[in-house]
Design a protein around this ligand. Structure first.
Ligand SMILES: Cc1cc2nc3c(=O)[nH]c(=O)nc-3n(C[C@H](O)[C@H](O)[C@H](O)COP(=O)(O)OP(=O)(O)OC[C@H]3O[C@@H](n4cnc5c(N)ncnc54)[C@H](O)[C@@H]3O)c2cc1C
Length: 367
């Protein structure tokens, strides 16, 4: 008999957080059903690469790569990823090539070889039962991991045929004109013939994200040269919501990932919040622990830094990035941790902007 005494646990939503929970339940010898609204796992995105961040700046570099991060959370999927090291960095005023001291792991999301397909395979091998095209109403004891329920930010990307852009290079741009309130635009080479140009914005500009991307491609010389008049061969888009709740257990249902409101309001990054909250919900349910206590303690510092940085970038826009990059020159190797404030300066700046941003959120319910 399974560890849950013959009853089957239900997870609603087969994204990152639902699958992370399912795998850890199955490893604990509990019988599990995952209900996914779409006809397969990994259908909510067109294939695109997403950055998987470290749990905290203190995580040692040697342990911060994607595979060891996932292993620490009980996951061992096969999936496609690449490390981003060389960047063409664009502020509003200048463009310069840099390399990163510690590369960013870029994880394939959506479709074949994506992280979620790898997790689903791992779950299936452990005996998890999948139900597709299934959207059951949540009952007490279920995990709700159906993704975002509000729109605070939006992303829109276009794929272009381009084999000239170096395959080992990426572009990262902060230009207020196209990504207002301190958001950003980037280019990732997808395969040997295609690149993806992606723009991100938050409210009140989220609806204009597509128009602003095409405007940037037309107007900003560095992008115009790369795209060279080509027409997009396809597009990708999505939206995300952030609202850290008082409790993530509503009517006995455990909410995880974006369904709980866990997401970074600064850059719209939610993969690590999703994975970790999924596993924490499993641990709470399997071991009769307090889920709210677990996620609050796990996310405390990260959430505060993410909210404070949103406040800084929303207020200063380009100037925040321009200031951070002021000493960086063409060809430099960049250590992000050295650019970020530290010690008492960090505490003062982050505490101040965290309080301002939280006050704004309370009054206007937006970041
Ligand atoms: C364009 C884009 C780029 C991004 N880039 C990054 C990045 O670089 N780094 C980063 O960390 N994060 C990034 N994010 C955010 C990240 O993808 C999400 O935060 C993360 O996937 C959330 O995981 P989740 O498990 O909560 O939900 P999801 O991964 O969205 O999974 C939810 C699942 O539930 C299913 N579902 C929905 N409704 C129901 C229902 N009623 N019943 C059953 N199933 C349902 C969906 O089909 C889906 O499979 C990006 C998001 C977008 C849109």
């Amino acid at each position: 008999m399974s560890n849950n005494g013959g009853t089957t646990r239900r997870i609603i939503g087969g994204g990152l957080s639902g699958l992370a929970a399912a795998i850890n339940f199955a490893k604990n010898d509990e019988s599990i059903e995952v209900h996914e609204a779409r006809k397969d796992i990994g259908m909510q995105f067109h294939p695109n690469y997403q950055v998987l961040l470290k749990e905290s700046p203190e995580t040692p570099a040697s342990e911060s790569d994607a595979k060891s991060y996932l292993n620490r959370w009980g996951l061992n999927p096969q999936f496609q990823y690449k490390d981003a090291k060389k960047f063409l960095c664009c502020t509003q005023k200048r463009d310069f090539a840099i390399s990163l001291k510690e590369p960013l792991p870029l994880i394939l999301r959506g479709g074949e070889n994506s992280l979620e397909r790898g997790l689903a395979k791992e779950a299936e091998d452990l005996g998890v039962d999948f139900h597709f095209k299934s959207r059951p109403k949540a009952r007490p004891g279920d995990i709700m991991s159906a993704g975002s329920y509000r729109t605070d930010m939006a992303a829109f990307g276009a794929y272009y045929e381009n084999s000239d852009f170096p395959r080992d290079q990426f572009l990262y741009m902060h230009d207020e004109k196209y990504s207002p309130r301190g958001w950003y635009l980037y280019i990732i080479p997808m395969d040997k013939d295609t690149i993806k140009v992606m723009n991100c914005c938050s409210k009140p500009h989220a609806k204009k994200v597509k128009k602003l991307l095409y405007k940037a491609v037309e107007e900003r010389p560095v992008l115009r040269d790369i795209i060279d008049g080509a027409k997009p061969t396809g597009t990708v888009g999505g939206q995300g919501g952030v609202h850290f709740p008082r409790t993530a257990i509503k009517d006995g249902v455990y909410h995880t990932g974006e369904a709980a409101g866990f997401q970074d309001p600064w850059r719209g990054f939610g993969m690590n919040y999703a994975i970790e909250s999924g596993v924490l919900a499993q641990r709470a349910i399997s071991n009769s622990l307090d889920y709210d206590k677990l996620w609050k303690s796990q996310f405390k510092e990260r959430k505060k830094a993410d909210i404070a940085r949103r406040g800084i970038f929303a207020l200063l826009g380009n100037r925040a990035f321009e200031y951070g990059m002021r000493k960086i020159k063409e060809g430099d190797e960049v250590d992000w941790e050295e650019i970020n404030p530290s010690g008492w300066k960090k505490s003062l700046i982050y505490n101040t902007f965290y309080s301002i941003e939280m006050a704004k959120k309370t009054v206007w319910d937006s970041w």
